[in-house]
Write a protein that binds this ligand. Structure first.
Ligand SMILES: [Zn+2]
Length: 122
């Protein structure tokens, strides 16, 4: 399953980062997911839970920010947001001379750290 391997690499990356920061507890991982990334959001969320199981990230959340498909139309000479990846043409002039500028993202943009666990005095 494609999404599971992606989830595993996200968890691995976050785990490494948590260790780097002195063994902090990761509360949430923020991910940018482009419309063209080819990743099914629900499948990724499900896979993330599986991937976290048995790791220091167990119980953390994956927060996905959808990135719309944006392309530069050389006819309009402007950037256009495309509603659908099925209909690959400019919504204004219907030209198909488009260059994708955004929508392929698949990247971790932020990690939320649980500060309570680091300040707890027990
Ligand atoms: Zn256009």
């Amino acid at each position: 399953m494609h999404e599971l391997s992606i989830a595993l690499s996200i968890v691995e990356m976050a785990e490494g980062k948590a260790q780097e920061l002195g063994g902090v507890q990761i509360e949430a991982v923020h991910l940018k997911l482009g419309a063209l990334s080819g990743v099914v959001k629900d499948a990724l969320l499900f896979s993330y839970e599986l991937a976290c199981d048995g790791t220091p990230l167990a119980g953390s959340r994956l927060i996905i920010e959808d990135v719309p498909l944006v392309a530069y139309c050389s006819t309009c000479q402007a950037e256009r947001t495309l509603d659908s990846i099925q209909r690959f043409c400019c919504p204004v002039c219907e030209s198909s001379r488009l260059e994708i500028t955004q929508g392929k993202e698949l990247e971790v943009v932020a990690l939320e750290i649980n500060h309570e666990s680091t300040t707890a005095t027990g």
